[in-house]
Design a protein around this ligand. Structure first.
Ligand SMILES: [Fe+2]
Ligand SMILES: [Fe+2]
Length: 391
């Protein structure tokens, strides 16, 4: 029906309607009313008003409470241990990374990211004929898009970790939080430097990424901020960094990701430590239920919606429909690997902090996520486990 209607429209109008329908789809896929009420305005700001793309700067207002602790009591030993480890493992993005490595982004023997997103044959089957040189360029663009989103995500993580440091209730947690602020600044610095000096192409923030960051940074509830940033987004980041590391042959990028992954694993650990205690001891059943629903909807949003529309609009808009692109990219080999890596880490953490009760299982089953249950949570994962995933 929609396709019939679109066929009668001028091309530019068709594209606008397709994009709007796709965004409406994202909104209507959020089934839970409470979650919709908290995330809906951010989705509108990101996907419909394009606030991450329209301006050079975006202001966000957060009403979280800053918690002062005048007792200075250091009574959370596991958090203290994490803080010590974080202080001891600081690295310098300028000195520890060999920036003298020469990067040729179009060298097929040293790909920035392997060409497993959409193979050339699949594109051909959908009426898109690219020469080998164009296809190489297309893959290079995908790499730039992914790394740009990582950089934008790191900017969000920098501000979220500042907010979390203010809001968290344990003194040890505040000290730890400050180390994360420095970590995120360093991540932002190294991704920015790699994109700027080695690849030379930067993409705008993805609307979906903007919506999630906006939702977290403007939410006044500290534990939702924590859950979103330290468990969900950090989980997504870990999955993405590991996948890209393993799909890349470029030594400089691989070494950057290796350093970043070690820090991010600590960040997820921080989230699990803090939330396990809070969710077990402080929430009413209704508040706990709300967090369970929120985590599920955000997990689904993250699984379904990072579809590289900026690449689609630049390369294929008017050549294939947005719906076809969504299908091709979501079903690609690389996306499957990304989802697997991400949920392998995320699901055990949700389980560990009590957000996967029996009542939520059927939703996770329907979304195909239950086979990641029972893995190691961030509390049990060692550096060796993390490094074993990298090749
Ligand atoms: Fe980071
Ligand atoms: Fe992080």
């Amino acid at each position: 029906m929609l396709e019939k209607m679109l066929n009668g429209m001028p091309l530019h109008a068709q594209r606008k309607v397709e994009a709007t329908m796709d965004n409406i789809n994202t909104l209507t896929n959020i089934k839970n009313k409470r979650v919709m009420a908290s995330l809906g305005p951010s989705v509108v700001r990101g996907m419909f008003r394009k606030q991450g793309k329209k301006y050079d700067n975006t202001g966000m207002v957060s009403e979280h409470a800053v918690d002062f602790d005048w007792t200075y009591k250091m009574d959370f030993p596991e958090m203290q241990e994490l803080y010590r480890r974080a202080v001891g493992n600081q690295w310098d993005g300028d000195k520890h990374i060999d920036w003298s490595i020469d990067v040729d982004p179009l060298n097929p023997h040293v790909p920035i990211i392997a060409d497993r997103f959409i193979p050339m044959e699949t594109l051909r089957e959908h009426g898109v004929k690219l020469t080998t040189t164009e296809f190489r360029e297309f893959n290079f663009n995908i790499a730039c898009w992914i790394l740009s989103q990582m950089m934008h995500g790191e900017q969000g993580a920098l501000y979220a970790s500042c907010q979390v440091t203010e809001a968290v209730r344990w003194f040890d947690g505040k000290l730890y939080g400050a180390t994360q602020v420095v970590d995120e600044a360093r991540h932002l610095e190294v991704f920015m430097r790699y994109l700027d000096t080695k690849l030379g192409k930067l993409y705008d923030v993805n609307d979906n990424m903007f919506s999630i960051l906006d939702g977290l940074l403007t939410d006044s509830r500290w534990d939702i901020k924590f859950l979103g940033m330290q468990i969900m987004v950090e989980g997504l980041a870990l999955g993405a960094f590991t996948t890209v590391h393993n799909m890349s042959k470029e030594p400089l990028l691989k070494s950057i990701l290796r350093y970043v992954i070690q820090d991010e694993a600590r960040h997820v650990h921080y989230g699990v430590l803090a939330l396990k205690k809070t969710f077990e001891e402080e929430l009413t059943p209704s508040e706990r239920r709300e967090r369970q629903e929120w985590a599920f909807e955000v997990a689904v949003l993250m699984r379904n919606r990072f579809l590289g529309h900026e690449i689609y609009e630049e390369w294929f808009e008017g050549i294939m429909t947005r719906k076809t692109w969504n299908k091709l990219i979501s079903e690609s080999d690389a996306m499957n690997t990304l989802r697997k890596t991400m949920f392998k880490r995320l699901v055990p953490n949700l389980e560990c902090i009590g957000l996967l009760p029996d009542s939520m299982l059927k939703h996770y089953e329907e979304a195909g996520l239950t086979h990641y249950m029972g893995g190691k949570s961030a509390m049990e994962l060692t550096d060796a486990d993390m490094m074993a995933d990298l090749h």
